[in-house]
Design a protein around this ligand. Structure first.
Ligand code: SF4
Length: 178
């Protein structure tokens, strides 16, 4: 019987820096791989977010209607949902547009800054939410891992606890100097 935890990772409105920090776990990824199956991630070729995921790390804020749709589906299919990094925890960098509103930002980017092809896209590009928001404003979050990005030590500690079925106490991280 396969006792490995089913782990997923995804980035929404993030820069991928949190995932790069995840890879900075380096050789400890091998130890982790003995305890988890990576069932969905930008790092693997899996198109559909699967059912029955034990742990999902979500990088990035929610900035579009598509992000909202995705996070609700992920929440339904995940036991422990982790807000992974400051963009997921607070909306961080993506929220810098919030004081101006979505329409003003689209106008500036697509109409005022693009003299050659001035038009706001209405197809393919997902519709922006009025504000970029953190995950917990849309779904229940089980664990918050702050940092921009969180350090590899923080991520490894958190995952090591989660795969053992524990919600990590991140205050313990002072012993790693993280
Ligand atoms: S928290 Fe920082 S590193 Fe992570 S996605 Fe946001 S900006 Fe990038």
């Amino acid at each position: 019987m396969n006792t490995k935890k089913r782990l997923a990772t995804i980035w929404l409105d993030g820069c991928s820096g949190c995932h790069m920090s995840f890879l900075d776990i380096d050789q400890r990824l091998l130890a982790l791989a003995e305890k988890v199956d990576l069932v969905f991630s930008p790092l693997v070729d899996q198109k559909e977010f699967p059912a029955d995921v034990d742990i999902t790390l979500v990088e990035g804020a929610l900035s579009t209607e598509e992000d909202l749709h995705k996070i609700r589906a992920i929440r339904e299919r995940t036991k422990v949902l982790v807000a992974f990094g400051d963009c997921a925890v607070t909306a961080n960098i993506p929220s810098m547009r919030n004081p101006f509103g979505a329409e003003a930002m689209l106008k500036t980017v697509y109409l005022e800054k693009d003299a050659l092809n001035a038009q706001v896209p209405t197809q393919v590009v997902p519709k922006l939410l009025e504000n970029a928001i953190p995950l917990h404003q849309a779904v229940n979050v089980d664990l918050f891992i702050p940092g921009c990005p969180p350090s590899a030590e923080t991520i490894f500690f958190a995952l090591s606890e989660l795969v053992e079925g524990r919600i990590p106490d991140l205050t313990q991280l002072t012993r790693f100097g993280a």
